[in-house]
Design a protein around this ligand. Sequence first.
Ligand SMILES: [Zn+2]
Length: 426
Amino acid sequence: MTLYLKNARYLDSETLAFTNTDLAVDEGPKGGIKLIDKTPPLAERKPGDRVIDCRGKLVTRSFGCGHHHIYSALSRGMPPSPVTPTNFVEVLEQVWWRLDKCLDNDMTEASALIAAMGCAKRGVTFIIDHHAAPYSIRGSLETIAQAFERVGVGHLLCYEISDRDGQKITDDGLAEHDEYLGSGRHGLVGLHASFTVSDDTLKKSVDLAVKHKTGLHIHVAEAESDQQDCLKKHNMRVAQRLDKFGVLAQPHTILGHCVHLDEAEKKLVAESKAWVAQSCESNQNNNVGLTGYKWTPRVMLGVDGMHNDMIRSAQAAYMAGQHTEGISPSELYSRFRAVHKYLAAMDVPGDSANNLVIMDYPSPTPCGTDNFPGHFAFGFSSNDVETVIAQGKVIVENRRLVSEDEDSIIAYAQEQAGRLWAAMAK
Ligand SMILES: [Zn+2]
C-alpha cells in the first residue's frame, strides 16, 4: 500500500531544503519515501492506496524521544507524598519509588497506551523508554511494546534494574531483559543509576548487553549525590565506574542527564561510544542543576517522563542552553534530530523516512532553509501537528488518534490511575 501526499511543502529534515512536491510513502518498519512530480490518477493507483491533500501544509520527518519513562504517565495530579521531599534522593523515595512499587501489569499497559498516544499526537513516533515497576517486572517490556504497537509508535525499551528492592527483584530485572531481548525484540539493558546498583549487578547487566549485542541505558550523575555515593563506596567517580565495567565501551549505550560530570569524566564519555540524553526540564523540576553538552558529539533530547512533547523539550533545552552553553538554533535543531542517527546506527526498525508529520504552520514571516532553525526554536509548536504518519500509516489525523480509540484509552488510563493512587494511599 502506498500513501500519497499531494501538494506538500516538504522540508528535508537533514538538508533543510524546502520542496513543493507530492510524496509517495511506503508502508512498513523500514519503508522509505519518494518525492514525485504528480500523484498517479485513481485508475493507476492500487487498491488500498490513499491520497492526502497537504495544500498549505508543511510535511517533514516526525520526531523521536531519546529518554522517556512511561511508568510515570498516571502521576499527573496525584495526591502529594506524605513527606515533602527536600532533595533528589527524597524525590525518588517519596514520589517515584512509592509510585513504581504499586504498578501492576494493567497499570503499566495503561501508562504505555496514554504516553504513546500523547507522543503520537505531538508528532513523536519513536520512544526510547526506561521502565520501572519492581513488583511487576516480568512481561512488562512485552506489555509496553504491544501497547506502543497498538498506537503505532516505534520503540526501544529497557527496564531500570536496581538493587533497591532486594536480590529477587534485581534478578527479575535481569531475567526480563534476557527474555525480551532473547525473543528477538530490539532493546537496551536498563540500569537505574550507579548509586542503586552493586558491582555484581553492574557486571551481570553488562554481560547481558554483550550477550544480546546491545547497549545499556542508565541515569548518570543526575544529582551530585550520585557522585558522592560512588566516591564513598567505590572510591571513583560515576563515569569512571561505568568505564571500568565496560558500560561506555558497549555500542548504543545511553547515559541519561550527566549533569554532574567533572572534566575528566566528560573527556572519558566524549571519547567513548556512549550517547548522552538531555532532559533539562526534569533537571529543573528536581532542582538538581543544569549543564551544557557541547563537550560530546553524541547528545540527544528526551522528556524523562515529564510530558510527551519533544518540540517543548527542545525549546526548553534552547532556553536552558542560553545560560549553560550558548546554544544556537541550528545546534539545537541538530540535537533534536540526533535521535535518528542513534537509531539508524543501531538498525532499529520503526524510525525510517516514512515517519512524517503534516503541520499547519502558516508562518507570519519568511521561512526557508537559512532561517528554519529560528522558526523551530521560537515558532514551532506541537499544536501545529495535524496528521502523523508512522511507518507509512496514518496514526493521527486532524489531531485525533485514528490507530486506536482515543476515548477508550483515556477511560482506561483514568480507571488505572484510580487503582494506582488507591494502592499508593495504603
Ligand atoms: Zn530518566
